[in-house]
Ligand binder design. Structure first.
Ligand code: CA
Length: 226
């Protein structure tokens, strides 16, 4: 899952960024409306967290441009306490949810989970053979037993599951797991895959390596037929 944070207040942006990266999301930051608009044109995101009071181009204008391009990207707007009018305009322009500053990070993360789940149009729980994944609580179970996964492993599993058994290239994984300025090499991706694989394999779910191309998730019965 890749999230763009458009926020000019660096303290708020830093906090959001750290918290969301810590939960395994790839996070990019834009410090003004023009940067946000450019990023939204060039990069595929799963969610936009949009401050309405942005320099260069207002948050409302960023939102208007996004929707005029036909994008259905989920948008969570951040507004000041006295910004009732802006909030209403934002929702009218197609924002999906809003939070009033100052906000609590756990509540924001809960909204992020709800919005990123809704965007996939998927059920709250994804089933893949013996593996079930609760997209709201971000908990993975194999045969009912919870898996102890790091934030990176969780992010990796989400990407593999979102492709439901189709091939995912290393470049796609780097793109989905890392924000701008975060250096993650193909070697590091191999390490994350190795660790996640070891946790999934006792339950019969495999991460197959397609040499030179990437990875795909396999259910137990596919292992046998292969
Ligand atoms: Ca601002």
């Amino acid at each position: 899952m890749r999230i763009l944070i458009a926020e000019d207040d660096s303290i708020i942006a830093d906090g959001l960024c750290r918290s969301l990266r810590g939960s395994g999301y790839a996070v990019d930051r834009a410090a003004n409306g023009m940067e946000a608009d450019t990023a939204l044109v060039s990069t595929a995101y799963d969610l936009l967290i949009l401050d309405l009071g942005l320099p260069k181009l207002s948050g409302l204008e960023v939102l208007k441009r996004l929707r005029s391009r036909g994008s259905a990207l989920p948008v969570l707007i951040l507004t000041a306490m006295d910004g009732t009018e802006d909030r209403v305009r934002g929702l009218d322009l197609g924002a999906d949810d809003y939070m009033v500053k100052p906000f609590e990070l756990p509540e924001l993360e809960a909204r992020v989970r709800a919005l990123t789940r809704r965007s996939g149009g998927a059920a709250p729980t994804v089933q893949f053979g013996p593996l079930s994944y609760d997209q709201v609580g971000r908990v993975a179970l194999i045969d009912g037993e919870p898996l102890d996964l790091s934030a990176r492993e969780l992010g990796l599993l989400e990407v593999l599951l979102s492709r439901s058994g189709r091939l995912v290239s290393k470049d796609q994984l780097v793109d989905q797991l890392c924000g701008w300025g975060e250096e993650v090499s193909h070697n590091a991706i191999e390490v994350y895959v190795h660790r996640l694989r070891k946790k999934l394999e006792p339950g019969g779910v495999r991460i197959a390596t397609v040499r030179g191309l990437g990875y795909c998730l396999e259910k137990p019965q596919e292992n046998r037929s292969a």
